[in-house]
Design a protein around this ligand. Sequence first.
Ligand code: BES
Ligand code: MN
Ligand code: MN
Length: 461
Amino acid sequence: MNHTEYLDANKERFLNELLDLLRIPSVSADSKYAGDVKKTADFVAEKLKEAGADNVEVCATAGHPIVYGEKIFDANLPTVLVYGHYDVQPADPVELWHSPPFEPVIKQTEEHPEGAIYARGACDDKGQMYMHVKAFESMVKTNSLTCNVKFMIEGEEEVGSANLGTFIKANKEKLKADVVLVSDTSMIANDTPSIDVGLRGLAYMEVELVGPNRDLHSGVYGGAVANPATILCQMIASLHDENNHITIPGFYDDVIVVSDADRTEMAKAPFDLEAYKKDLAIDDVWGEKGYSTVERTSIRPTLEVNGIWGGYIGEGSKTVLPSKANAKISMRLVPGQNSHQISDLFKAHFEKIAPASMKVKVTPHHGGEPVLTPTDSIEFQAASKAMFKTFGKNPIPTRGGGSIPIIALFEAELGIKSLLMGFGLDSDALHSPNEKYGLFNYYKGIETIPYFYQFYAEMKK
Ligand code: BES
Ligand code: MN
Ligand code: MN
């Protein structure tokens, strides 16, 4: 039996196991779920063991545990380090889900005629991570594993991977490998495979403006005392100019400019603006002048308000001039930019533009560095060949808009490149209500991954 026959014979079980995994609410951001996060780590460890991994451990950290497992059978063969995460984003706002976020259901959609699994984490990243466990099982059970394998599955990706860096630094020898294989990104469409060759970095800030020492009667004081909510809106609005360029001095200084030739090449990848607008129910797109929608979400840095609050937001009305207003603001960074430097630039600028009527506090949260990976590498070629085998088309190299901060650290600490072979779709509603993952995508991943191992081992010889 080969690995595709094994997959065919075990399809139903492979699906049911993923559904069980999705039923455990491993929300890393919310301490209320810490027990479930641990349960999920144990589940993944158990499944790795059953699949044939040795030395499986649930490694405790200062936060949520890291699951490790390996199969080393020939020191002369290349070693693949599989990275993924078993934690998920909070499901809020829960009332917008059509079915409970941790009770997976399968429904057909226009994009997923074979059916899609609806659940928090279906695509990001339980579904994509679990493909690797099942692909590994398929290779082990059919005696077709061609590389040594190490699994490192973490539970803190969605909260900034604070403890994974320490783990990597402390376990360099144990994690020694030739390449990191990751499925935690998207491809263009189910009939248009692609591989991300870049990810953006992230600088995440929280700001607070304090005006008067207490909430005030807006009739007695309004018009005479600066309102932190109004000033915060003005300050935030000033961070983009009329062309939607970011106004923080020095923000673009280190951006590595993508050549016109590369932009022309990238523009050849299929992108349907009308379908994009329709999916989001928007009548128009927005963004930095001089760049396409795809460029705005890949090769250009951005600044977004992720949350803003202050004043009275309860039922009915309350005539109040709030004492405080806050916002969470994040910036996506591109190669050349550094998250610490950008955090400093933001802080200095935001403090500078605050009027004398306000006390301003800027607190940086976690961040991460952008990455670029080559297309002329053996791993990219092997992945290309694997996808050609199962999709009948060569994957298009693309640059992803999201961030996986730990990828830059793999390169810095372990000295190895990552291969971002994602099987999700941007429209799978990652981090949103009604997240989904296509059955086509799940099975296609399990089918494709073993070919990567096969071609990678052949090409590494
Ligand atoms: N899997 C995503 C990143 C991603 C999604 C990359 C789609 C490319 C395409 C990951 O789980 C994620 O959400 N990362 C966070 C960063 C983290 C520090 C919270 C992000 O991008 O916001
Ligand atoms: Mn993810
Ligand atoms: Mn995510």
